[in-house]
Ligand binder design. Structure first.
Ligand code: RP5
Length: 163
């Protein structure tokens, strides 16, 4: 297992669905668990230790509201932790964004944008980190970028035809 994904709640799953698909597409083995920094603190710490023992190279932590899951995970590992803040009704996700991004110096969390785009980018950043030591993955990333560039050109041509 290379990537360990933690969700603060079952309700966070939709934010990470694209990431799960991306990791599968890149052939990166991952595991996913629901665990909460405040509702199940001991479970969270135990899962971090187990994931390290199983070889996880990158952690992704997805949480909303006063989102301290990524920070707590980062406190228990020196492997990279990517935080994904989840939007919620009251403050439109600013609560989770600031809670995740504003880590005091010493324990970093690589914070993504809010919501589904942040979730998707979390997987890509995890793949980029793992690709530093894996030429096969680096090639897949290059191919992925090339496909994106080609799709932009296709979109541009489609629009031109409408003018
Ligand atoms: C956070 O509170 C979770 O990460 C979730 O985003 C939010 C709401 O959780 P539920 O009330 O849906 O379980 O801990």
């Amino acid at each position: 297992m290379k990537v360990m994904i933690f969700l603060g709640s079952e309700s966070d799953f939709e934010v990470i669905e694209d990431a799960v698909r991306t990791l599968k597409d890149f052939g990166v083995p991952f595991a996913l668990e629901v665990t909460s920094a405040h509702r199940s603190p001991e479970r969270t710490v135990n899962l971090v230790r187990e994931a390290e023992a199983q070889g996880a190279g990158v952690f992704i932590a997805v949480a909303g509201k006063a989102a301290h899951l990524a920070g707590v995970v980062a406190a228990h590992t020196v492997r990279p932790v990517i935080g994904v803040p989840v939007e919620s009704a009251a403050l439109a996700g600013m609560d989770a964004l600031l809670s995740t991004v504003q880590m005091p110096k010493g324990v970093p969390v690589a914070t993504m944008g809010l919501g589904k785009h942040g979730g998707a980018n979390a997987a890509l950043l995890a793949v980029e980190i793992l690709a530093l030591g894996d030429e096969g993955l680096a090639k897949k990333l290059a191919d992925h970028r090339a496909r994106m560039a080609a799709s932009v050109e296709t979109a541009s041509k489609k629009i031109q035809e409408k003018l």
